[in-house]
Write a protein that binds this ligand. Structure first.
Ligand SMILES: C[S@@+](CC[C@H](N)C(=O)[O-])C[C@H]1O[C@@H](n2cnc3c(N)ncnc32)[C@H](O)[C@@H]1O
Length: 204
């Protein structure tokens, strides 16, 4: 069985209803833990097909939805047009290689971190993209045994994360007020895969 790229996965990505359910649970937790506002400029990294983007968009001023895969962004742009979302722009962006101006009040990354080998490096970059008092919200897999991704999926850099290590890494990157909780459990192949949401602030 050959491993698919994110570009190849993009067109069928939304067909799995568990991804929509996961995005909805992450969105509800962000609503509860982050003071979203119509003044907020949001940077989303690894936005994929925009499952979370379209939920967040009505709650904030603007979202720059970014991904390293043009195929994923193509699906996101189709969705944006269908839903008439005027406050969402898209851009090809890989936070492991490029920096971004410090102009965002919130950075969101859902299910991206386990694809990034240098977690600490990317968290430092996330910190640098935020305005003073800006927020970061990161959702990802908790530690798992490597069975979450089927063999045809892109091979992850991490089999999930230990929650206390996520807290330590965010603090090491400079974030304060770090809070983490389990916000969802994906059930597949008779196994359970908890998903965490970590939120934190860039201080003054
Ligand atoms: C598992 S999908 C998650 C998509 C979406 N955030 C969600 O929750 O449904 C991971 C996404 O991260 C993107 N990605 C992987 N590595 C990346 C990188 N280094 N920079 C930017 N995007 C990346 C992939 O193209 C893919 O769209």
């Amino acid at each position: 069985m050959s491993v698919k790229t994110f570009k190849e996965l993009a067109q069928g990505y939304d067909e799995d209803p568990s991804r929509q359910q996961r995005a909805e649970a992450i969105f509800q937790a962000i609503l509860r833990l982050v003071p979203l506002s119509k003044e907020m400029e949001v940077l989303e990294c690894g936005a994929g097909t925009g499952l979370l983007t379209v939920l967040l968009a009505p709650k904030v001023k603007h979202i720059l939805a970014t991904d390293a895969s043009e195929g994923m962004l193509l699906v996101l742009r189709e969705k944006r047009s269908r839903l008439g979302l005027c406050n969402v722009d898209t851009d090809l962006y890989d936070p492991t290689g490029q920096s971004m101006e410090s102009s965002f009040g919130l950075l969101v990354a859902s299910m991206l971190l386990h694809h990034i080998p240098d977690t600490e490096g990317v968290l430092r970059r996330f910190y640098g993209t935020l305005t003073l008092n800006g927020w970061v919200a990161i959702a990802d897999l908790e530690e798992e045994d490597g069975s979450f991704h089927s063999p045809e999926m892109p091979k992850p850099a991490h089999y999930g994360f230990n929650r206390s290590n996520v807290v330590k890494s965010l603090e090491a990157a400079g974030f304060c007020n770090v809070y983490i909780e389990t916000v969802h459990v994906v059930v597949k192949n008779e196994r359970q895969y908890p998903i965490f949401l970590a939120v934190a602030k860039r201080g003054q």
